[in-house]
Design a binder for this molecule. Structure first.
Ligand code: B12
Ligand code: SF4
Length: 656
């Protein structure tokens, strides 16, 4: 059966997507004829100067906004149409997309193009996006998507294709979701962790290997899942168990890749936990070392993510080093035993100290990952993490604090039991995973940011390598994070200030420019808002503050509401006005002012804050001078003159 496999943006660009390569290997081993289209790498190679940043790690959310993706598709129409033509030309009857959290909308758009050109092609989606929750059924509501694979598809996709070739129709099986007439039907869960020794090798031979950024590496996964179940992590929900290749199987697959790509000497282990079966790693290391005596083909470099465990003995570590293991990344996370327990992390700091020391002594680059501000972490416990860093600096080469500090990962125990951890629950909003805070107010995003900055400063002082931030600048990272945070909290003035500082350092950030353009539009509306506000306030200057306060109490939340308001909707206030009729003009005029502000569509509204004031989001707008100053700065950051009219920067011409 002819099948085409497609990867849409966004995925990373260093090396080929492993999930798609695994699928290619499984399908070819089952006798299917495969073509591969990694459009992520193709589009990244063709990217225009203004879309450079779209592939940067921190901006993958760009791809989750439909209007932004549509704009990207419009700008790259010619390239996308030529890819479409190439896909159709293969005559593949089935076209499969590997989908993750940043590529679901671009995949859908490409599927629409395929169906428009030829409705008879069967469009199949699979990948990490569909492992958990109701994403499978949700996606199947989109007419261009015929079939969705839920979970690992190493066995289910080849079998499905064989059925399809035989019967000419999509057959329901475990792990498969599809439409039958109007109905969406799901075939039930597939075994999440296949026996990896029986799975065919990943196949990179059909990928445009010369396009990837790093020409010296090849991705590899010796295991799936994890042997632990840390509360903040969703891995064990994704894979529900742990499966690891035998040492012999690891060796055989890597040797195969080395023969095909001799220039690629770095094998990047994507295992989230590579030492779940330390004995398998040991056997692999022995095979590599023995092979060295016969050939240089297995002279490779590799690094792994590992858990801290007593089995990481000096003997094992030295065997790993001799087999080319250059770096081990341990999830240390905290120096406080109480916090580790709350994380459900299964090791004690004393074992960690020993393992780090022995890893370093074995000449393996020793990296420790940390999480800051776990719910319940006190300032004193954060201090224990700093002490751990100081005490073990001699055993460490790199110390990475998580760039999200502590995030509420979807499907993790922590996220699903927020109350147990004292996390305030304003409902799951976008961004909430980063900006959560505790009921007692002691742990917020700003508190975590502060711990992060202090941790980074200490790591630097100790001479340890740390995560480099955006484009290598920690300050850029801080500003961009604060800008996003203030947008989330609706502090629009503060968000603008952060973006202005950000734009001074990195003028080409598409996200910053997009938001600044939005702020500019709103700031332009402010002079009108301010005039209307002043007219109302001056017109009723005799109304005493106590009466104003009472009006606010009676009307309470409605002023901040985006909906137009009529007095009848607030019986309490209407009643009060009947008794104090002389304030009716004041209230009527206030309602009109409110409606006027809403008409401007600029997040401006009235609020009571020691008197009625004009707000922009949650920030007070102090007066025309401040607004004019900000508008000037925003326009300048966007490459325009003070009047906002003349475009100085070519990028603005293109992006408007
Ligand atoms: C390695 C890895 C990466 C590498 C990937 C490098 C590469 N070249 O592939 C790097 C470091 C780049 C990475 C980055 C990110 N990752 Co990542 N990553 C992983 C990790 C640890 C392993 C993925 C992997 O390769 N597995 C092995 C392969 C064989 O499995 P697979 O890809 O799932 O493929 C199987 C199925 O998905 C399915 N399948 C795959 N494709 C297709 C196609 C078809 C047609 C079909 C039918 C089936 C199918 O069958 C395959 C075989 O069973 C997973 C966690 C995990 N434990 O799986 C997270 C994970 C995939 N990453 C995730 C995320 C969110 C990201 C980021 C977006 C941000 C972040 N939080 O880190 C960034 C991407 C940013 C960017 N701009 O690129 C999430 C995805 C969540 C989701 N629901 O989509 C995961 C699950 C981690 C998590 N729990 O949050 N990641
Ligand atoms: S050890 Fe790592 S991968 Fe395993 S559950 Fe804990 S955080 Fe997740």
């Amino acid at each position: 059966m002819k099948v085409a496999l497609v990867q849409m943006p966004v995925w990373w660009t260093l090396d080929p997507p492993l999930g798609l390569a695994q699928m290619a290997g499984c399908l070819r081993a089952a006798g299917h004829e495969v073509s591969v289209f990694d459009l992520n790498i193709q589009l990244w190679r063709r990217r225009s100067p203004q879309s450079h940043a779209l592939w940067s790690w921190e901006q993958f959310h760009f791809w989750n906004y439909e209007e932004r993706v549509d704009k990207f598709f419009k700008e790259n129409r010619a390239a996308l149409e030529s890819f479409l033509e190439s896909i159709l030309k293969t005559d593949a009857r089935v076209i499969g997309f590997s989908v993750n959290i940043g590529s679901q909308i671009p995949s859908l758009r490409m599927a629409e193009m395929i169906k428009k050109a030829d409705p008879s092609r069967l469009v199949v989606f699979g990948g990490q996006y569909f492992f958990l929750g109701d994403k499978t059924a949700e996606m199947l509501k989109n007419p261009p998507v015929d079939v969705v694979f839920q979970g690992a598809a190493d066995e289910s996709f080849p079998l499905f294709l064989t059925d399809y070739a035989r019967t000419g129709r999509a057959v329901l099986r475990p792990g498969v979701g599809l439409r039958q007439g109007e109905k969406i039907v799901l075939g039930g869960a597939v075994s999440p962790v296949p026996q990896l020794d029986k799975v065919p090798f990943a196949d990179f031979s059909l990928f445009p290997m010369d396009l990837y950024e790093d020409q010296g590496r090849i991705p590899f996964a010796a295991s799936r899942g994890c042997v632990w179940a840390c509360h903040y992590c969703s891995t064990h929900r994704f894979w529900n168990g742990y499966s690891c290749m035998s040492g012999d199987r690891m060796f055989a697959e890597i040797l195969h890749h080395r023969r095909l790509f001799p220039q690629r000497t770095h094998v990047d282990f994507y295992d989230i936990t590579a030492n779940g079966r330390p004995e398998n790693l040991f056997r692999f290391a022995q095979l590599v070392r023995d092979h060295h005596q016969r050939s240089t083909l297995m002279t490779i470099g590799w690094k792994i993510n590992a858990i801290v465990r007593p089995e990481m003995t000096p003997e094992l570590l030295s065997a790993l080093y001799e087999a080319g293991c250059m770096e081990i990344i341990y999830g240390i996370e905290s120096g406080s035993p109480r916090v580790l327990k709350r994380m459900n992390k299964n090791y004690s700091p004393s074992v960690a100290e020993r393992v780090l020391r022995d890893t370093h002594a074995a000449r393996i680059t020793t990296t420790a990952n940390f999480m800051l501000g776990y719910p319940g972490e006190t300032e004193e416990e954060f201090g224990m993490t700093l002490d751990f860093l100081r005490g073990n600096a001699a055993s460490l080469d790199k110390a990475y604090a998580s760039a999200t500090f502590t995030s509420l990962e979807e499907n993790s125990y922590l996220t699903e039991h927020r109350a147990e951890f004292g996390i305030r629950d304003p409902g799951l909003k976008v961004g909430h995973s980063l900006y959560w805070e505790t009921e007692d107010g002691l742990n917020s995003y700003l508190v975590r940011m502060d711990r992060y900055v202090r941790f980074r400063a200490l790591a630097e002082q100790l001479g340890l390598e740390a995560y480099k931030g955006i484009n290598g600048e920690v300050e850029l990272e801080r500003l961009s994070k604060l800008a996003q945070y203030f947008l989330y909290t609706d502090n629009r003035l503060r968000a603008t200030e952060m973006y202005l500082q950000y734009a001074q350092r990195a003028a080409d950030s598409e996200t910053a420019r997009g938001d600044l353009r939005e702020f500019q539009r709103e700031l332009e509306a402010f002079p009108q808002a301010l005039r209307r506000f002043e007219r109302w306030r001056n017109g009723h200057s005799e109304v005493p503050a106590s009466a104003q306060e009472t009006i606010w109490e009676k009307a309470n939340a409605w002023l901040t509401d985006d909906k137009p308001f009529r007095l009848e909707e607030c019986p309490q206030l209407a009643e009060w006005l009947r008794e104090n009729g002389r304030y009716k003009d004041y209230v009527d005029d206030m309602l009109e002012t409110h409606a006027f502000l809403q008409g401007l569509k600029c997040h401006a509204f009235l609020r009571w804050d020691k008197g009625f004031r004009l707000f922009w989001g949650r920030d007070v707008v102090e007066g025309p001078g401040r607004v004019a100053g900000l508008l000037e700065e925003v326009s300048a950051a966007l490459g325009q003159d003070a009047s906002g009219g003349k475009v100085k920067d070519e990028r603005m011409v293109n992006s408007r």
